[in-house]
Structures are given as structure tokens and as C-alpha cells.
Design a protein around this ligand. Structure first.
Ligand SMILES: COc1nc(N)nc2c1ncn2[C@H]1C[C@H](O)[C@@H](COP(=O)(O)OP(=O)(O)OP(=O)(O)O)O1
Length: 161
């Protein structure tokens, strides 16, 4: 299965999101992140994707593992996503070909412009909790045109990395 990351950078009461400019989830907000490349750890993937997409450096040891999410399409696992949260970063976010960054107040996250699964797990993650979830989509590829149908979530889990 493909492995990927999402990295939520929190500064006081705001979170940095990206508006995806191409590919999976184009036009929707998400955290910076993407697919793991051969030879890199999942943390290295989170750091690289955040730097590539919004031009800031997150501190690897300060990344807090906040979740593992499995997205399934028509019963088949598509992507296993490792979610990180951090308060420590260097630089000012800037747009890239892939992403347009924007800070949102944590109580104004635009869930109506995000993947439908996000409203079920992101509020808890932004509240400091950990989550292990599986999210079921149906309707064939591409994933971002399929229907979100169901989910299972376990909260306050611990992860062996
Ligand atoms: C299905 O529901 C999803 N919800 C959320 N919140 N995020 C998702 C969902 N499905 C995929 N994602 C995220 C998590 C992954 O890390 C990224 C993958 O994005 P992408 O395919 O664009 O990965 P990149 O490596 O950045 O893409 P390129 O190959 O274009 O560089 O999507």
C-alpha cells in the first residue's frame, strides 16, 4: 500500500493548511504532505513534503505523531497516512506549484472545503489527541471523486514508530 504523510503546523491558535493546486484533492484544503519516497523514513517524508510544498522547515524530533489513517476505496486500501503535529518550524510559508498555504484559526478550519473524512478526526488531532482511523470510500477511481461512506476511529492510541 502507498504510504504518505500529513503535517499540521500549529502556531498559537492557528493551523497552517494548504490549498492543493494539482493532483489528488486539487482545490481542497489539507495539511502539507504527500507520498513517501523510496529510502526515506516517514518523518523524513513529512519534513521534505512540508519544505517542498510551503517552504518551511519543521524540526524532525519535534514532530509529534498524531495519527495513522487508512483510506480504502471499494474495499481496497489505497493509502496509509501518518499524521504529525508540530509547533516548531522555521521560515515563512510561501506558495509552490503544488500548494497555496494559508493560516486558519483552529475554530475556523474550512471543513466544507476539505476531504469529507477530515471533520471526523482533525478536530481531535488539533486538540492534541491521537487517532487511528479507517475511512471507506466507494464509487471507483479517482479517490477524490468517490463517495465517503463510513469510518472507524479509535482515539488516544500510542504508536511505535
Ligand atoms: C481520502 O481522504 C483523504 N483525506 C485526507 N485528509 N488526505 C488525504 C486523503 N487521501 C489522500 N490524502 C493525502 C494524504 C497523502 O499524504 C496525500 C497524497 O497526496 P499526493 O498524491 O498529492 O502526494 P504527493 O506525493 O504530494 O504527490 P505528487 O506525486 O504529485 O508529488 O494526500
Amino acid at each position: 500500500m502507498i504510504e504518505g504523510t500529513l503535517c499540521f503546523v500549529v502556531d498559537d491558535d492557528e493551523v497552517l493548511l494548504i490549498e492543493k493546486r494539482r493532483g489528488l484533492g486539487e482545490g481542497w484544503y489539507n495539511g502539507p504532505g504527500g507520498k513517501r519516497e523510496d529510502g526515506e523514513t516517514i518523518r523524513e517524508c513529512a519534513v521534505r513534503e512540508t519544505r517542498e510544498e510551503v517552504g518551511i522547515d519543521v524540526d524532525t524530533p519535534a514532530l509529534s505523531k498524531a495519527g495513522e489513517l487508512t483510506f480504502r476505496l471499494d474495499g481496497d486500501p489505497q493509502i496509509h497516512c501518518h499524521v504529525f503535529r508540530t509547533h516548531r518550524f522555521d521560515g515563512d510559508p510561501r506558495p509552490s506549484e503544488e500548494a497555496r498555504p494559508k493560516w486558519f484559526a483552529i475554530d475556523e478550519v474550512p471543513y466544507d472545503r476539505m476531504w469529507e473524512d477530515d471533520r471526523h478526526w482533525l478536530p481531535g488531532v488539533l486538540d492534541g489527541r491521537t487517532v487511528d482511523g479507517t475511512f471507506h470510500f466507494e464509487g471507483g477511481e479517482p479517490l477524490d471523486e468517490a463517495d465517503f461512506v463510513d469510518y472507524d476511529i479509535e482515539w488516544d492510541v500510542s504508536f511505535d514508530e
